[in-house]
Design a binder for this molecule. Structure first.
Ligand code: COA
Length: 179
């Protein structure tokens, strides 16, 4: 069980957060498996955080909430989890989850702790009924983590991404937050 502190991301954390994301993105597909749909040396990457979305209500389109885990000395952000509301009003009973931990801090219980924070948040939010995520089929650890927390696999986008010479299947998972 990881003892690293988890807290909501605030605007004061943005610099540390950007540094964490750069390190995290750089790990995808380098030395181990791909977990992001981008070429490791390509020009594309995840969109940078729009801090104005953190203040939106859960009934507003495109709201976001992020939590971060800090190293024991507090000097680094080493993991994150995010929830995002959809771009349509008609989607706001669902939200999309993303999670990532830097390699050195994986397999120590932090992923589970971050997931529990996000799931608890959704359970306490009257507007959210479903939690959605996508995970690459080869990411067995992540799939096991999600399944152990009650996520169900709905299906697979076969050959959804092609990175270099490799084809990646993408699994759709969902948690019934009210169950
Ligand atoms: C996937 C990820 C979030 C899991 O977080 P983590 O801190 O490594 O996982 P935890 O230590 O909390 O373990 C939780 C569960 O994951 C699975 N798991 C984690 N590491 C594992 C390993 N090395 N071998 C097998 N299962 C593992 C187990 O089911 C474990 O449950 P258990 O401890 O009850 O056996 C993290 O490894 C990560 O960020 N990986 C890179 C980015 C990524 O894959 N993001 C997800 C994209 S969808």
């Amino acid at each position: 069980m990881s003892k690293l502190a988890i807290s909501p991301l605030g605007v004061q954390d943005i610099v540390l957060f950007d540094q964490h994301m750069q390190r995290h993105v750089a790990e995808s597909g380098r030395g181990d498996y791909h977990f992001m749909p981008f070429e490791p040396d390509g020009s594309e990457g995840p969109k940078s955080l729009d801090a104005s979305k953190l203040a939106l209500k859960l009934t507003d389109k495109s709201w976001q909430r992020w939590w971060v885990a800090r190293s024991a000395d507090g000097q680094k952000i080493v993991g994150h989890i995010d929830l995002k509301g959809g771009e349509l009003k008609t989607q706001l009973h669902r939200c999309e989850l993303g999670v990532g931990i830097e390699r050195e801090w994986r397999s120590q219980g932090l992923g589970k702790n971050l997931m529990q924070v996000a799931i608890r948040f959704c359970r306490l939010a009257p507007s959210i009924d479903w939690l959605d995520l996508n995970v690459f089929a080869h990411n067995k650890n992540a799939r096991a983590l999600y399944a152990n927390l009650g996520f169900v696999e709905l299906g697979t986008y076969v050959d959804r991404f092609r990175i270099g010479a490799g084809s990646i299947d993408d699994v759709i998972m969902v948690l019934d937050v009210r169950a």
